[in-house]
Design a protein around this ligand. Sequence first.
Ligand code: FHN
Length: 424
Amino acid sequence: MSAGTTALPAGRPEHAWFAEARLGLFVHWGLYALPARHEWVMSKEQIHPDTYERYQRYFEADRYDPRAWARAAKAAGMRYAVLTTKHHDGFCLWDSALTDYTTVHTPFGRDAVAEFVEAFRAEGLRVGFYHSLLDWHHPDFPVDVHHPLRDDPAAAELNAQRSMERYRAYLHGQVRELLTGYGTVDYLFFDFSYGQDSYRGLPGKGAADWGSEELLALVRELQPGIVVNDRLEVPGDLVTPEQYQPSGPMLGADGEPLAWEACQTLNGSWGFDRDNHDYKSVPLLVRMLVDGVANGGNLLLNVGPTGRGDLDPRALASLDGLATWMDRHGRAVHGAGPSGGTPPPDCRYTRRGDRLYLHVFSWPLGHLHLPGMAGKVAYAQLLDDASEIALEEIAPDQQAQTLVPGGQPPGTLTLRLPTQPPAV
Ligand code: FHN
């Protein structure tokens, strides 16, 4: 994907919620949950659109309960949620007037986006829409580098009859539907541009194909306070690293920190992948989250609901584990950000106002040396959980605890810590 080139405008109070939130839920749900292999199954297995759309007949989602999703997300400390309104397979989760290829025209028969928005707002979370720029089902979307028909001998003839201009009108029309039909939308996650890609003479797609400048202007007109990502190949409000954690703050060409959000899966698959049991551990999820906050970023953590519409037990266990940690340490995440200081090895600082939080990723043997912190901290408190120590800047007259003068460089604060993490 192209990287964004502008930071989240610091002067826009309506965007302040994003950095304060730090943690959101990503939801990849659609017809691909029925084969339950991968959200790219249509492209990977080169399933003809006419064949793939048969899944529409079996989309019952009898266990769809977005309020349950919202409760699990809220408990996990998530402050916003982003749902795939349409993924690359072209299947729409809302009642679009521009196609019958939607959840309304299935045995499920309802507008899943409307229910999602209502449920998450009821739990106090902000809502965002993921919207695919690609559409492997639409008859005018050109057969290109990722299209299921890319190896069809008739690809060239198909493209001679297809019109990117007609598809662009469809794309803009559906974005208009989404941004006028569901109240305030806080975040729009377009996905994705691949202008640099090509395959057997079949080019990728970029800003000119999407009409990105015009589309972004439409978005800003319809939802003036919305946060828009960086995948239209024109500057967005934030940068969206995917499936990796930046090793430091993300900086613009001017050296100024950019707003950014890492989107990550629980197990490597965005859509529900029944046979993929390789879920990240909860400590690793916490480490990703803290790493991001320490570098000024958000984490958008993904779940892929099943074809029946519920979250599988492994995803629920991940969210539940995160909830346990966030219940104790959410104050070191929400509204927190970089500290400006250099933490000890394998530790991270996050700072919220006048409080500095030290996150210990690997437990030290006895002593922890905090360079440059002496005199800046009057109190070091070991919370009842090994993954966080609150170094609180409080009135100097209070007795400091567990501070041990050590043979360290001037300015170093040394903490005497238990030799192993306390039992949580
Ligand atoms: O192709 C998509 C993929 O399926 C998934 O939606 C991710 C999430 O950001 N985005 C694209 C790959 O970069």
